[in-house]
Unconditional design. Structure first.
Length: 177
């Protein structure tokens, strides 16, 4: 009985560690899930439409090759049809592989690019909330590769006009963490 409790306790510890890792991933990459997943979903829909158009074009081409061969009275058991079918199967598998890789690349790139959009907005929101709580004006910085660095510069210029004691304006963004 005691051994079962130890195994259960270890399982709960492992489960909690996985949850913490998921939580860390969610906090570090998915800053604004609604925005980020929305962007990724739209990109996937466009990629899906593109994939279907290319796949449909290839299917049409093979249908046209088969139809032309029938018009020319090529016998149904001829090697030409076997070769066409083999090539069609190979291309379908390649399309499936390419489509799967495309989805993975779109999700990864979507997370990366949307993180560079959502991150600065989240940082600015947190900074404004902190200024409201403390009542002190201070400058904001974004990571070097973030988008909207010009927003941080404009914000910092405005803060400097409100309170010149905030120090010299920072012209360089923070280094990537």
């Amino acid at each position: 009985m005691r051994a079962c409790l130890n195994i259960r306790a270890r399982y709960v510890d492992i489960y909690n560690m996985q949850s913490k890792k998921e939580l860390r991933f969610t906090k570090s990459v998915l800053i604004n899930p609604q925005l980020q997943w929305g962007m990724i979903k739209r990109a996937l829909v466009l990629a899906g439409i593109n994939f279907l158009l290319f796949w449909g074009t290839v299917q049409y081409a093979f249908w046209a090759f088969t139809s032309k061969a029938r018009e020319l009275n090529v016998e149904p058991g001829h090697a030409y049809f076997a070769i066409l079918e083999s090539q069609k199967h190979t291309l379908n598998m390649l399309f499936l592989l390419a489509g799967t890789l495309n989805v993975l690349i779109i999700v990864a790139a979507g997370l990366m690019f949307s993180h560079r959009i959502a991150g600065p907005l989240y940082r600015l929101k947190k900074h404004l909330d902190q200024m409201v709580i403390t009542g002190k004006l201070s400058q904001v910085t974004f990571r070097k590769k973030d988008y909207f660095i010009d927003v941080a510069s404009s914000f910092n210029r405005h803060i400097h006009t409100l309170d010149p004691s905030t120090g010299e304006l920072e012209s360089k963004p923070k280094k990537q963490a």
